[in-house]
Design a binder for this molecule. Structure first.
Ligand SMILES: Cc1cn([C@H]2C[C@H](O)[C@@H](COP(=O)(O)OP(=O)(O)OP(=O)(O)O)O2)c(=O)[nH]c1=O
Length: 207
């Protein structure tokens, strides 16, 4: 039985979700100069599922190297990546975190009035010498038609930044979403039900 895990993610949403299900975790934070952003550039013609899997496995390899350097005792390491996929987008289907306000505007205009997918890949390494447990969770999110004024005031709020697809369902962005098919927590970055199953399988204790 493991009494805690390492969370290798800067996402405050993932921390909240782990707390919600009573998981004890310690952050495995990036070392200065460590670059994970370059990984998050989609490869030419890369599909959503392949993208989130590739990025999460890469984040995982970086996290394991981080653990090795840290000299800390072993505990399972959890990594995840969330991206929005819009197959009808001619410039490539993957929409990640916006680079700036004009990128957020471009993404929100594409999502307006459409249904998109949110994909979250999760990788849990239970032993550094064996293959990790992994899954990809997919939800469908219906977006209402947004006016230019709504998009501008949403960008002004600052909420789109640091979030895949330039919105947060858990914040003001929730008001743009008439329906979802899938899981709210999966859209927020960590699907509770599936992660709970992985943690059970890996024999991780809860508080
Ligand atoms: C679609 C959507 C995404 N998001 C967030 C979840 C993720 O934090 C973020 C996607 O970026 P990620 O690259 O998955 O995660 P991150 O950069 O926040 O953290 P790290 O790479 O260190 O693990 O978008 C929401 O909070 N709400 C939403 O509705």
């Amino acid at each position: 039985m493991f009494s805690y895990i390492y969370l290798a993610s800067q996402s405050p949403r993932r921390q909240e979700i782990l707390k919600q299900i009573g998981v004890n975790f310690e952050m495995l934070v990036a070392a200065p100069g460590e670059d994970t952003e370059t990984l998050e550039t989609p490869l030419p013609n890369e599909k959503g599922r392949t993208y989130v899997e590739r990025v999460t496995f890469a984040k995982s390899a970086i996290a394991l190297a981080r653990w090795q350097k840290s000299g800390k005792p072993w505990a399972p390491v959890l990594c995840a990546d969330t991206a929005v996929s819009l197959p009808s987008n001619p410039d490539g289907e993957i929409l990640g975190k916006p680079n700036d306000a004009s990128d957020a505007r471009r993404i929100l205009k594409m999502l307006s009035g459409q249904t998109h997918q949110v994909l979250t890949a999760v990788v849990l390494t239970t032993d550094p010498k064996i293959n990790p447990l992994c899954l990809v969770h997919v939800s469908e999110v219906e977006f209402a038609h947004l006016t230019e004024a709504q998009i501008e005031s949403y960008i002004q709020s600052g909420e789109p930044f640091g979030k895949a697809g330039a919105y947060g369902i858990q914040g003001l962005g929730g008001a743009f979403i008439p329906s979802i098919k899938g899981s709210y927590s999966g859209i927020m970055g960590l699907p509770i039900f599936e992660v709970n199953q992985l943690l059970d399988f890996a024999k991780v204790a809860r508080i």
